[in-house]
Design a protein around this ligand. Structure first.
Ligand code: PGA
Length: 253
């Protein structure tokens, strides 16, 4: 079975102290998720080292950066490279979150560069895709997300692609309390897997974890995660509350 993943995306929230307390609470309540499951904390870069120390001896836990710069190194004041993140022992990086695409003008081709740098540095990319409301209303969401995948991922070899995790996050469901129905999530996840299968073959597509994101909470996680092509979630708001995120971890297949 594919790895089932609960990824917490803290975004720009929580003080250092609050973040430490949140991780401690979750580790105390859920010290050992079953093998085959993974819990990932995508924390602000400043907190990565401490977060990483806390989960160090827990194989089912990992930490993630929320972004990396699309260049290897150099005069880019304020930016953080894939190598820097990897040098802290961090396992994952979120690439192409819709907020980065929208507010920081990250294009599919910039994201392809970030994917390459992540993989070169042995970071597992959590590659985000998803359509805006107008696209869904126009009925062109399938073509839209297929092009996000093809323009940022389809230059990869099979071996490289197998290291990527995909997160489908419809923009109209992020932070809005408006979740996609489990059926809408399943339909899109199945479509994404078909798109991957067409390019890389079914057996490769069947190994890629595809997470759903957008207003996942304790009360709807189980219903969404029970869908056959949904392999867990990328969770914003509800990942900031220990009890909520614990329910989400426990809802993994
Ligand atoms: P949300 O955010 O769970 O608060 O909707 C999800 C995300 O942006 O990853």
């Amino acid at each position: 079975m594919r790895t089932q993943i609960a990824a917490a995306n803290w975004k720009m929230n929580l003080s250092f102290k609050e973040g430490k307390q949140l991780i401690d609470e979750i580790l105390m309540q859920e010290p050992e998720p079953a093998p085959g499951k993974k819990v990932v904390f995508a924390v602000p870069s400043l907190y990565l080292r401490t977060a990483r120390k806390k989960i160090k001896d827990k194989p089912q836990y990992d930490v993630s950066a929320q972004n990396i710069y699309h260049k290897k190194s150099g005069a880019f004041t304020g930016e953080i490279s894939a190598m820097m993140v990897a040098s802290l022992g961090v396992g994952y990086v979120v690439i192409g979150h819709s907020e980065r695409r929208e507010y920081f003008n990250e294009t599919n081709s910039i994201l392809a560069e970030k994917i390459n740098l992540a993989l070169e540095n042995n970071l597992t990319p959590i590659f985000c895709c998803g359509e805006a409301l107008q696209t869904r209303e126009a009925g062109t969401q399938n073509e839209f997300v297929a092009s996000q995948l093809s323009e940022s991922l389809f230059h990869l070899t099979t071996e490289q692609l197998l290291k990527v995790v995909i997160a489908y996050e419809p923009i109209w469901a992020i932070g809005t309390g408006k979740t996609a129905t489990s059926q809408q999530a399943q339909e899109m996840h199945k479509w994404l897997r078909d798109v991957l299968a067409k390019k890389y073959g079914q057996s490769v597509a069947d190994q890629i974890s595809i997470l759903y994101g957008g207003s996942v909470k304790g009360s709807n996680a189980q219903e969404i995660f029970s869908q056959p092509d949904v392999d867990g979630g990328l969770v914003g708001g509800a990942s900031l509350i220990a009890d909520e995120f614990l329910k989400i971890i426990r809802a993994l297949k």
